[in-house]
Design a protein around this ligand. Structure first.
Ligand code: FDP
Length: 342
């Protein structure tokens, strides 16, 4: 009998247990982060259940509103946003929230305030809802300098100041991936227990991958280094095998695959969208943070993504992220282009 395997099945590392273990390494910690995380996890379980029942509950379809970016808002987006705003405020551990779905940041009432600032996209990849493709929630957490004197500047901080970041993917299984600055860990929801169980400890992205992921429909407007890099993926100059193309068009799904299998994901700047498409605070920063924590890199075309300082809460940024060597390769095309005065 496989006693070791049996012990693992009966001694489950739930996400709460994992975070409590981490917390015990910091004697000064009062458990605030654990409480906050429990509320985020609850929000994810709620949204997971809503996504699974979407067809049944007739939640699909437009809610008749448009969001900040002028996109049609789906019912599930509205619901997910409400779920997370309520869960975060009721945790009593947050003072400022920025959601993709809300034009303005939410300043938590003084009586309910805690020290954390949370930026999040409650349901990313929403154009995929109706065809059942994986979608997800993305979040990043900062600490406020002084929760009683909170201003918008407190959230306009570079991504390298994040304390934690993660995502929950609502796919064939529901997966919660998080980093608190000490590596990346992945948890899978066991629906029978209603608990996220550690299934992917210490995720490390392969140093080099054989997949590239980009919306090639934008190729007409790409910058030269991206055109050259993608050409090289298909017709490698060094005689190696061409890379495979995979693009779901749902950031959480594309990043999850990149973390586990390696390779590169890009939403670069182009002539039509010089700032790319993805949102800095709640898409680019959290995913870049996870990528670096897993041993990969995140680059904007100009520098390290996590060093950008946002000026607006819904700002966009180009991003190229993934396996260390693959991002180095893209950087080389940018450097050569710069050297040639392009
Ligand atoms: P969506 O528009 O479906 O919400 O930023 C949102 C996002 O999806 C990302 O999840 C995804 O990576 C990207 O946009 C896809 O954009 P394109 O359709 O332009 O490729």
């Amino acid at each position: 009998m496989d006693h070791e395997g049996e012990a693992k099945r009966t001694d489950l590392m739930t996400i709460t247990r994992f975070v409590l273990n981490e917390q015990s390494k910091y004697p000064e910690s009062r458990g605030d982060f654990t409480i906050l995380l429990n509320h985020i996890v609850l929000g994810c379980k709620y949204v997971c259940s809503a996504v699974n029942k979407a067809g049944l509950a007739k939640l699909l379809g437009l809610a008749g509103e448009t969001n900040v970016q002028g996109e049609e808002q789906k019912k599930l987006d509205v619901l997910s946003n409400e779920v997370f705003v309520n869960a975060l405020i009721s945790s009593g551990r947050t003072c400022l929230l920025v959601s993709e779905e809300l034009e303005e940041a939410v300043f938590v009432k003084p009586k309910q305030r805690g020290k954390y600032i949370v930026v999040f996209d409650p349901l990313d990849g929403s154009s995929n809802i109706e065809c059942g493709v994986s979608i997800g929630t993305i979040f990043g957490i900062y600490a406020a300098k002084d929760k009683d004197k909170i201003t918008l500047d407190d959230v306009l901080q570079p991504g390298n100041r994040m304390l934690a970041a993660g995502y929950c993917m609502y796919g064939s299984s529901c997966m919660f991936v998080i980093s608190t600055g000490h590596g990346v860990n992945g948890f899978t929801l066991d629906p029978s227990l209603g608990e996220f169980i550690l299934t992917h400890p210490n995720i490390k992205i392969p140093k080099k991958g054989n997949i590239y992921s980009v919306n090639e429909g934008n190729a007409k407007n790409w910058e030269k280094p991206i055109t050259e890099y993608v050409d090289n993926c298909k017709f490698p100059q060094d005689g190696s095998s061409p890379k495979s193309l995979r693009y779901v068009g749902s950031m959480v799904a594309d990043i999850h695959r990149t973390l586990l299998y390696g390779g590169i994901f890009m939403y670069p700047a182009d002539k039509k969208s010089p700032d790319g498409k993805l949102r800095l605070l709640y898409e680019v920063f959290p995913m870049s943070y996870l990528m670096e924590q897993a041993g990969g890199q995140a680059f904007t075309g100009k520098g390290r993504a996590l060093d950008l300082v946002p000026k607006k809460i819904h700002e966009r940024s180009p991003v190229i992220l993934g396996s260390y060597d693959d991002v180095e390769h893209v950087k080389a095309f940018y450097a050569a282009s710069k050297a040639n005065g392009a």
